[in-house]
Write a protein that binds this ligand. Structure first.
Ligand SMILES: [Zn+2]
Length: 321
């Protein structure tokens, strides 16, 4: 008996400690968001570059780097650009950098441009954007000159629009991509071999449900693609602010969504169907299901990863609400 009570006490204590840990981790994350937000706003006040542009560039760089989650600001301006070509000693006094025609700027007024100082980095990036002008189009040109990649420019511009619309950085809610009010089933099938259209692997998870069951946006993001494809039938692609592309295929119908539209978790995109494996309109060659794929982009290439563990997590999150 005593042993049992002891076990219960220990288990309760462990549970409490774990809870405190989660709460601590959450508040540390919130603190980080607040710090970032106030730095973006401060730079906006000085340069007139909107905070959400700076937030989107920072977010993009954080997503394309490894292990930078805990940094306040993740933007890494290459040394040669920051200090100026020929400034091999990396002299960071304002006069030295301007002598070598570096882009590095002093944002916190200490007379030095330090690439490790978040205020200096944001001030520098804002000034690089302003080199092309003040409009959103001008910023796109500046981004293209910096990244030299259309997808990077598009992703940053779209992420900025999402931040602007929701006016906050913590956009971490998620939804299960098929309405959980209906019957559905799925299992882990990522990587399975597929016959149709030559040798391919299955780049997603199939969620089986009846015709007409709502297909739902799992994340915040922007519609990047909508239309027919021989394999996917009627499909929608949404890129989220973590630079992950979510692919929804074999839809029976679309709701009134357009390319470029901003979505949030829970928004209805269309309905489950069995379209695909032929010319536009082909349907019924397999049982109705949503094919859900996830692709990560690291700034140079894009690859498919297994959505199954995420689906399980989002399903649990929905059921606990
Ligand atoms: Zn599939």
């Amino acid at each position: 008996m005593r042993k049992r009570i002891f076990t219960i006490v220990v288990l309760t204590a462990v549970a409490l400690l774990m809870n405190i840990d989660t709460v601590n981790a959450q508040s540390a994350q919130e603190e980080l968001y607040e710090k970032r937000f106030s730095l973006y706003r401060k730079t906006e006040a000085v340069t007139q570059v909107p905070w959400y542009m700076l937030a989107a560039i920072d977010q993009y760089e954080r997503n394309t780097q490894k292990d930078s989650d805990g940094n306040i600001v993740s933007i890494a301006v290459p040394d040669e650009l920051w200090y100026g070509a020929g400034n091999l000693m990396k002299l960071n006094e304002n006069e030295a950098i301007s002598l070598f025609q570096g882009k590095g700027k002093d944002g916190n007024g200490d007379g030095k441009a330090n690439p490790g100082c978040p205020e200096d980095v944001l001030f520098t990036v804002a000034n690089m954007l302003l080199e092309e002008g003040h409009s959103e189009e001008d910023f796109k040109i500046a981004l293209w000159k910096y990244y030299r990649r259309d997808l990077s420019v598009q992703t940053i511009s779209n992420t900025a629009r999402v931040f602007k619309k929701f006016q906050r950085l913590d956009l971490n809610d998620r939804a299960f991509p098929v309405s959980t009010k209906y019957n559905y089933s799925y299992r882990s099938t990522w990587g399975d071999k597929r016959g149709f259209g030559g040798r391919r692997i299955h780049e997603g998870t199939d969620i089986f449900a009846g015709y007409g069951v709502p297909v739902i946006s799992s994340t915040y993001g922007v519609v990047e693609l909508k239309g027919w494809n021989r394999f996917g039938g009627w499909r929608v692609g949404i890129r989220d602010i973590h630079n992950i592309y979510h692919y929804y295929a074999h839809l029976q119908s679309f709701t009134d969504i357009k390319i470029g539209q901003i979505v949030k978790p829970g928004d209805i995109l269309g309905t489950v169907g069995s379209t695909g494996y032929g010319p536009p309109g082909t349907s019924g060659k397999f049982p109705p299901h949503l094919h859900y794929g996830m692709y990560k982009d690291n700034g140079t290439r894009e690859w498919s990863f297994d959505p199954y563990p995420f689906l399980r997590k989002w399903e649990r999150m929905e059921k606990s609400n």
